[in-house]
Design a protein around this ligand. Structure first.
Ligand code: GRF
Length: 223
């Protein structure tokens, strides 16, 4: 039996459907993730992720950014809520707000985000659409620490999926999303185990098992 590590207190910030939130909840319930969700925070009252939180008995709050005069005022309120809930690690999961320095400084190297592309390719909005339009052979997703530059923080973990010529934005997004649900809980677990060390742009992971090197070529050649 696996010895239970400490459970890192986290918040999950959402704006929409919250499938990544669900993956985190499921990993905690399956005991493969030693974390405790202290708060689910949405900037939109109609985010479906709020229903997911309720279903699992989690504390949730809605903080409408339109009620605040500036991004900094909104972020200060968020930081207060997180502090009050005893949150150590903040997980952005489809949270459609840019984060100001007020927030980044308060949680330096303690904010993670998931982005549906192999960063640094295709930062910003509609990453999957950008990947399809560009005609890449591989796409994927990235969990990274958040710094003051949008989608440019130190990379923790990535997953690669093939991108086929007949893919649509939706078909590629679905393939990527399935991997998001795998890597986000894994990144949080690495944090929880104290195995992540940030050095400048780079994140070093303690106790990494090095797989034999293997190249994947796409399209695969026919025999
Ligand atoms: C995901 O594609 C994530 O990478 C991006 O926003 C989407 C959120 O999906 N940042 P969900 O709300 O977790 O279902």
């Amino acid at each position: 039996m696996r010895v239970m590590a400490r459970r890192v207190p986290i918040a999950v910030l959402i704006s929409g459907s919250g499938t990544n939130l669900q993956a985190i909840i499921d990993a905690i319930e399956a005991k493969s993730l030693d974390a405790e969700i202290r708060l689910v925070l949405s900037n939109r009252g109609d985010a479906y992720g709020l229903a997911r939180a309720k279903r699992h008995g989690l504390r949730s709050e809605t903080l409408d950014h339109r009620q605040f005069r500036t991004r900094e005022e909104f972020d200060s309120r968020v930081v207060d809520l997180l502090g009050g809930a005893g949150v150590e690690l903040v997980c952005l999961a489809g949270f459609m707000r840019l984060i100001s320095p007020v927030f980044v400084k308060a949680y330096s190297n303690r904010i993670m985000n998931i982005h549906p592309a192999l960063l640094p390719a295709f930062p910003g909005l509609h990453a999957q659409r950008q990947a399809v339009a560009y005609g890449v052979r591989f796409a994927g997703c990235t969990v990274h620490f958040v710094n003051e530059e949008c989608d440019q923080g130190p990379i923790i973990i990535q997953a690669v999926v093939p991108s086929f010529p007949d893919d649509t934005e939706d078909s590629l997004a679905a393939r990527i999303l399935a991997q998001e649900h795998v890597i986000y809980p894994r990144a949080i677990q690495l944090y929880s185990e104290g195995r992540l060390r940030v050095d400048g742009r780079r994140v070093f992971v303690d106790g990494l098992r090095r797989e034999p090197e293997q190249a994947v070529i796409q399209p695969a050649l026919k025999e």
